[in-house]
Design a protein around this ligand. Structure first.
Ligand code: FEO
Ligand code: CA
Ligand code: CA
Ligand code: CA
Length: 604
């Protein structure tokens, strides 16, 4: 398992106040810089970005749009060289193409630019001097630098669904290879030095759902694909560039997305893989921990209102140093879904967020087995059914409907697992499911953090306890909770999305969609001891942006964040920008590094 090597300790920075500035703000004593931005060259020899000269070919060599997950993987023990691996979740065409009027008015070449701006980037980076700042290496030969795109990169399907009927298409009659990856949101770095990436809202790229076989329509619907119209509003129009996005012609293509992707950045020739054993849903991401038994366990969220939390336990065991073996660990195993029960009386959970009389939103939980290897545990569903239509399997076993499970990550310090429930404004509204102790607020607009403690510390086990350490929102409001800490001394937080840890185990949380009306940002809090819940705002991002990443380097000296969709505000275009960050002309999604001016550990 990875060593915790940093120097982080007690959090000591002075929180920055909420703001609406079109800038990236860090605390006193810290600095920040853009590492790489949309359009910057990635592959050696790539052209410099020119807004009005963009082509799919150029974009395929340059940094993609809407950076989300960020991983920094050092070369061996080097603290000077590393590979930066970044997801590009989606595109804002209105902020990318001058003269934009509508998606329908885009040229086919512009659609191909958007397709090429999706995927991932691998970029070699180097430390700047002895500081915590990092920058891309610029050389004529960059053997690891790579763009993975939705346009043309081939992915290998692994696991039980590979080769089954549901993933066979005219272009891939054996159901083994998929072109591209879609809507890659959060992710994780594995102990064997690869990156996992979640394919999230892949539904929006498909049209023609009205023309599929009647029996398949409920399956498409459960994944948010419209089956009542040929061209649903809000679709990306990609079928104009690649026919496969039209399900009327290629009904199985959508089944080839919604997986966890594994990328080995240290082997540029290895095809990225989609691991079907980990199930198919709107994967936010996946984070792995090695259990005491040696099995690896991945925790995962399905980001949709009223969807589920999952975990995957590998069939094989982790072997330290045996990278070739470890690369196979996510290809076979057992998939579980969470059922969560509160320990307070239902009548005490009234939807207002008021703590029950035992003083906590807490209780017990069960991991319900859906499939193990080639054995189904869901009556009436085959292994391939369960893994391809995992949401239906979760429905069948009555998994607990959560408030949009986003990033889920175990703390390597304590083994406790933290999941961001970003929000669910439909909770207990109309005919929607009501509140429960794990999702205790009706019309939950600010979200909460869900903490899991596996029984006996066994990540392979089937039972756990849980609690909500933070119920987000305005600390002055009665419906918020900050671990019992003095609420007059904490920062307001809304819509937690991604979580991370420094080496001392402090919890870092980034937000998406601040419903308190100020910019999104990054926060840090101790999560053990008397300061549990003492949350402080570390950073804010520019107007219209969400804060992604975050990633704290193993030496604690740098925190990377992805500034996603700066300037994404209704009515804004590249010609009429609401944000001009970072260069003063028009908005560019960018990865930023922040570091302490005196070289010390971030946050401490
Ligand atoms: Fe792409 Fe769930 O955020
Ligand atoms: Ca309770
Ligand atoms: Ca996210
Ligand atoms: Ca989000």
């Amino acid at each position: 398992a990875p060593k915790v090597t940093g120097k982080a300790g007690k959090i000591s920075f002075k929180a920055i106040p909420p703001n609406t500035l079109d800038n990236l703000i860090v605390p006193n004593g810290y600095d920040s810089a853009v590492v790489i931005r949309w359009g910057d060259p990635v592959v050696a020899g790539a052209p410099e970005f020119e807004l009005d000269k963009q082509t799919a070919k150029r974009q395929s060599l340059q940094f993609g749009y809407n950076n989300d997950f960020v991983g920094v993987l050092p070369f061996g023990n080097s603290d000077e060289r590393a590979l930066l691996v970044v997801n590009h979740e989606y595109t804002n065409e209105e902020l990318m193409f001058p003269g934009f009027t509508s998606l329908d008015a885009l040229t086919v070449e512009q659609i191909k630019v958007a397709i090429a701006a999706h995927g991932l980037s691998v970029v070699e980076i180097e430390r700047v001097g002895r500081s915590g700042q990092w920058k891309p290496v610029r050389k004529n030969r960059l053997p690891y630098n790579k763009r993975i795109t939705a346009l043309e990169t081939k992915f290998k399907l692994t696991g039980p669904v590979a080769g089954t009927a549901a993933v066979k298409t005219a272009a891939d009659p054996k159901g083994q290879w998929v072109i591209g990856t879609l809507n890659n949101c959060a992710g994780g770095v594995t102990p064997w030095g690869t990156v996992l990436s979640g394919e999230e809202n892949f539904n929006q790229y498909f049209v023609g759902g009205d023309a599929v076989a009647e029996a398949d329509k409920p399956k498409l619907n459960r994944y948010g694909i419209t089956t009542t119209a040929r061209y649903p509003s809000g679709s990306r129009k990609w079928e104009r560039a690649q026919e496969r996005f039209d399900l009327a012609k290629h009904p199985n293509e959508a089944n080839r997305f919604g997986w966890i992707v594994e990328v080995d950045p240290f082997d540029p020739d290895a095809p990225p893989r989609k691991h079907t054993a980990m199930g198919r849903f709107k994967h936010e991401g996946a984070n792995v921990i090695v259990a005491k038994s040696g099995h690896v366990v991945a925790y995962m969220g399905d980001d949709e209102r009223f969807d589920y939390l999952y975990k995957f336990v590998s069939e094989k065991k982790y072997r330290p140093g045996d990278r070739r073996h470890n690369l196979t660990l996510l290809e076979s195993g057992t998939l579980y879904v969470a059922q969560v029960t509160g320990d307070s009386a239902a009548a005490e959970i009234d939807g207002t967020g008021k703590l029950p009389s035992d003083g906590a939103f807490d209780g017990t939980g069960k991991w319900t087995k859906l499939v193990s290897g080639n054995k189904s545990f869901v009556p009436g569903m085959t292994v391939a059914d369960i893994l391809t239509y995992t949401r239906l399997a979760g429905d069948a076993v009555k998994a607990t409907k959560m408030d949009r499970p986003e990033d889920v990550q175990p703390s390597l310090r304590t083994g406790k697992i933290y999941a961001a429930m970003t929000n669910n404004t439909n909770r207990a509204v109309g005919t929607n499911p009501g509140v429960d102790e794990a999702n205790p607020r009706s019309a939950n607009k600010h979200g909460h953090i869900f903490e899991i403690t596996e029984d006996k510390g066994d990540h392979t086990g089937e039972s756990f306890t849980w609690t909500l350490p933070i119920v987000c929102g305005d600390p002055a409001a009665a419906d918020t909770y900050f671990g019992g800490y003095d609420k007059t001394a904490v920062s307001p937080i809304s819509c937690p999305d991604n979580v991370a840890f420094d080496s001392a185990g402090n919890l870092w949380i980034s937000t998406d969609g601040n419903a308190l009306g100020t910019n999104d940002g990054l926060f840090a809090t101790p999560i053990e001891g008397s300061e549990r819940g003492h949350l402080r705002q570390f950073l804010t991002v520019p107007r219209g942006a969400e804060t992604c990443g975050p990633f704290i380097t193993g030496d604690d000296r740098s925190v990377f964040v992805a500034v996603q969709h700066p300037g994404e505000i209704s009515g804004a275009t590249v010609d009429k920008p609401v944000s001009t960050w970072p260069d003063g002309d028009y908005a560019k999604p960018s990865v930023v590094v922040s570091w302490r001016l005196d070289g010390g550990p971030i946050g401490s």
